[in-house]
Structures are given as structure tokens and as C-alpha cells.
Design a protein around this ligand. Structure first.
Ligand code: GLP
Length: 261
């Protein structure tokens, strides 16, 4: 794992967008894993900006989102399909046929999960997976106790997550109880992972995920097993980390990061 500290959330999101842009320019057929949530909105805003100002080309890339609520139509303003259309897909030149999210309205949810895994496989696997982190320490919707080798499946959402995601639904009781999510095992098979966390509310889970033991109680900690995972945090989200000086030293000295410093 590498940890990169940035002074604020804007700088952290800008760095993630620059890495995505670099990967996309290097490989226009990039298979990009996408995440939702407030934190990612800034990243998508930056990517839309790069598309408009620097002609960043999405025409050949494909995307797979981490998760989707069960029981919401794609047109529902709270669905992750709607989020993605609004924040990214409709604002760049991506081919809509190359954008994938699990279908939370599928009549056979188990078949939908199996098909999603098969589709990722058919596209050759995910090159770069973007990740946020929930207050329950989850990646995707892999709530505490999710098996670290789990695959795409339906998960019940914990009270912490229902509370965290309640805003747009007009109350906790209106948040869908279940979601389809890529498994922890699916996620850590991506060739590269980038986790972005900003704000003081994430500092505790970030220190658990980065400096704590690998545990299914904090599924983001499974990223410690990943051979190429970068955690990008702003100062507020980094507040609980013990080894900040060490992470700064690596970022300042590692040749790979030269063009991003
Ligand atoms: C949801 C998503 C996660 C995301 C998390 C963080 O739970 N399923 O993939 O990481 O929200 O959201 P936010 O960025 O709003 O804190």
C-alpha cells in the first residue's frame, strides 16, 4: 500500500483524476472500476473538466461500478446508475453501451450477480478500480464481516451505512435495505486500486484500514493484500494515521510519483 497525503479534499480529488487521466491516455481501452458517494463527485467533476479542457477521451474505455441498490429503477434519482449518468457519463464522450452497473431490479438477483462477474471477466478484468470508504470501513457495500474472498452478491446494509446514505432518501427508513456489490475478492483482483478518503469523519476508518490488522470487520483493510494500491487522503482523513512522516517521505522520494508532486 502507498499512502499519499494531500492538503485538502480538492487537491486529493485532483490527484485521483490526474492518475485516471494518465492511465486512460496510456491505455484508451482502459477498463475502469467506478465508485459513488459524495467523495467521488469531486473526482468526476475534475474528469469532466479534463475532458472539456484537455480533450481527455473516454470513447474507447469501459466502466464497471462497484455496486447498486436493490429495488431502485435506474431512473430513480437515488440509484447509482442515475448518479453516474449525472456526474460523469452524460458529460463525457463515453459510449453508454460500455458503462456497466449491477441491475438492482433484476428478477433473479443471484443470476445478475453471476452475470456481472462474468462480464468483468469477459472484458479482461478491471485495470483501475476507484474506491471510497464507508464509515463502516466498507469498500463497495462490503459491510463488516464480508468474506475477504467474496464475489459479487447481494448484501444487507448495516445501520451505520443506512444512516450515512440517508440524506438523499429523506430518511433512514427509506434507504433500500439491500444492495448488489462486487465482493472484496472481486475488488482486489483489479490490477490497480485507488482509495480516496477525505474529511475528519473518515479518519478513524482510514487508520484502521491502513495501519490496523487485516480484518473482515473493516473490509478496506483487505487492500493491504493488494500489490498495487494507493490510498489518497486529505489532512483531515489522515488525522489518525501514526506514520504520516513515513508516507510523506515515500511520496517525496519514490520516482513513480515524480510527475505528481
Ligand atoms: C457508499 C458506497 C461506497 C462509498 C461510500 C462512501 O456506501 N457504496 O462505495 O465508498 O458510500 O460515500 P461518501 O463518499 O459519500 O462518504
Amino acid at each position: 500500500m502507498e499512502v499519499i497525503l494531500q492538503p485538502n479534499e480538492e487537491a486529493a480529488a485532483a490527484l485521483v483524476a490526474r492518475i485516471v487521466a494518465h492511465e486512460l491516455r496510456t491505455n484508451p481501452h482502459l477498463v475502469l472500476g467506478l465508485a459513488t458517494g459524495k467523495t467521488m463527485e469531486r473526482v468526476y467533476r475534475r474528469l469532466v473538466g479534463l475532458h472539456k479542457d484537455e480533450h481527455l477521451d473516454f470513447s474507447l474505455c469501459s466502466t464497471f461500478n462497484l455496486d447498486e441498490y436493490v429495488g431502485l429503477f435506474p431512473s430513480d434519482p437515488n440509484s447509482y446508475r442515475h448518479y453516474m449518468e449525472h456526474h460523469l457519463f452524460r458529460q463525457v464522450n463515453i459510449d453508454p453501451r460500455n458503462t456497466h452497473l449491477p441491475n438492482g431490479m433484476a428478477t433473479d438477483l443471484e443470476a445478475e450477480c453471476r452475470n456481472y462477474e462474468a462480464l468483468i471477466h469477459r472484458f479482461g478484468g478491471i485495470d483501475l478500480q476507484l474506491l471510497g470508504i464507508g464509515k463502516a470501513g466498507h469498500i463497495g457495500f462490503n459491510e463488516p464481516l464480508s468474506a475477504l474472498r467474496s464475489r459479487t452478491r447481494v448484501k444487507a446494509l448495516t445501520p451505520t451505512t443506512l444512516k450515512q446514505n440517508a440524506a438523499g432518501f429523506g430518511g433512514e427508513d427509506k434507504v433500500p435495505r439491500r444492495a448488489i456489490t462486487m465482493g472484496v475478492g472481486t475488488i482486489i483482483e483489479a490490477r490497480r486500486c485507488i482509495l480516496l478518503a477525505t474529511g475528519g469523519s473518515k479518519s478513524e476508518v482510514i487508520s484502521q484500514a491502513v495501519e490496523g490488522p487485516i480484518t473482515s470487520m473493516v473490509t478496506a483493510s483487505a487492500l493491504q493484500l493488494h500489490p498495487r494500491c494507493t490510498v489518497i487522503v486529505d489532512e483531515a482523513a489522515a488525522a489518525g494515521l501514526k506514520e504520516k512522516d513515513y508516507y510523506r517521505w515515500i511520496f517525496d522520494n519514490e520516482p513513480e510519483w515524480q510527475e505528481y508532486r
